[in-house]
Design a protein around this ligand. Structure first.
Ligand SMILES: C[S@@+](CC[C@H](N)C(=O)[O-])C[C@H]1O[C@@H](n2cnc3c(N)ncnc32)[C@H](O)[C@@H]1O
Length: 305
């Protein structure tokens, strides 16, 4: 059954979560989410002379890489703890507290906007895309990444199957938008066009999560995510022990030498803000141009990072 999303409640839940897990996220996910940074920056043409906004910057990985390419960078995140952490990691770069859904930045002030694994955490992703479009100059590009479906992103599949088998996926949590909504390339195209972008492009990014031990997946998810951490913490103690054992056993199948290697692919989507000369006929495609969004609310339970 789908539940309606209260954006304020879901945003507060996410905010509290990120305030708590910022350092754990860096330790557990930093080597994974940085694998998408090169393709993400290529998709917006980041380089010298480009003014780039990194939305939901977290520890600032994308901002740092864009600055290394010679771009002028601002990183924004709604978690004060994340912003302070990013400033500590990258002194000299500009980071600010801010909400992806209400950017305190002028219209047409950036050549490129990127969001690495941020969109799937937002209560109102369409509003964030509208804000990205507003702050972009005409002709500028937006790019975002999200996780692939759990069938492909094995770390999520293992944890979700273990909860399904030994616990309860229906424990009460603040409902959020479906976590894997943008894992569907067609949904990315449709939503980007509906937000006013043109020339949408979607591509897979192969990524591998290298973990030091069979317990590392559990520790990463339990210690450094928001939605799935809450899902696990709401399980009964005896169920939790069984879930943990099932996760450990399933991870063992991915042992490669001394390490664990979990496939964790991502989806990269990008699009451009149209210039005034962009033909109206190309502002939406026959398959992707629907302005009616499937705004189904999810239970908020699913993979998370
Ligand atoms: C999965 S982390 C991604 C961090 C980073 N971009 C990376 O490449 O690993 C998600 C980030 O989104 C931020 N976030 C979630 N909702 C947000 C919002 N409404 N506005 C700004 N940041 C938000 C969180 O604080 C967190 O730092």
């Amino acid at each position: 059954m789908t539940q309606s999303v209260d954006p304020a409640v879901f945003k507060a839940f996410e905010h509290d979560g990120w305030q708590a897990v910022y350092a754990g996220y860096h330790d557990a996910f930093g080597d994974l989410t940085t694998q998408a940074v090169g393709p993400l920056l290529d998709a917006v043409g980041a380089g010298p002379g480009v003014r780039l906004l990194d939305v939901a910057t977290g520890p600032g990985y994308v901002a740092r890489a864009a600055a290394h390419r010679g771009a002028g960078v601002v990183g924004v995140d709604f978690s004060a703890a994340m912003v302070a952490f990013a400033r500590r990691l990258h002194p000299g770069l500009e980071f600010a507290e801010g909400d992806a859904e209400a950017l305190a930045l002028p219209d047409r002030s950036f050549d490129a906007v990127v969001m690495n694994f941020g969109l799937l955490h937002l209560a109102r992703p369409e509003q964030a895309l509208a804000e990205a479009c507003r702050v972009l100059r005409p002709g500028g590009r937006l790019a975002f990444t999200v996780w692939s479906k759990p069938e492909e992103a094995v770390g999520f599949r293992i944890v979700l199957r273990a909860v399904e088998a030994h616990g309860d996926l229906s424990v009460p949590l603040p409902p959020g938008p479906p976590f894997f909504r943008f894992s569907d390339p067609e949904e990315c195209r449709r939503t980007l066009l509906a937000a006013g972008f043109v020339d949408p492009r979607v591509a897979p990014i192969p990524q591998v999560w290298r973990l030091p031990s069979p317990d590392a997946l559990w520790e990463a998810i339990e210690g450094s995510t928001v939605r799935t951490r809450a899902l696990l913490r709401a399980q009964r103690p005896e169920a939790l022990a069984a879930i943990r054992a099932a996760v450990r056993a399933a991870v063992g199948a991915y042992q490669r030498g001394r390490a664990i290697e979990l496939p964790m692919p991502a989806v990269l989507a990008s699009a451009a803000k149209p210039t005034p000369h962009w033909p109206d006929s190309e502002r939406s495609s026959p398959r992707g141009g629907s302005r009616t969004l499937p705004g189904k609310a999810g239970t908020g339970k699913g993979g998370d990072a």
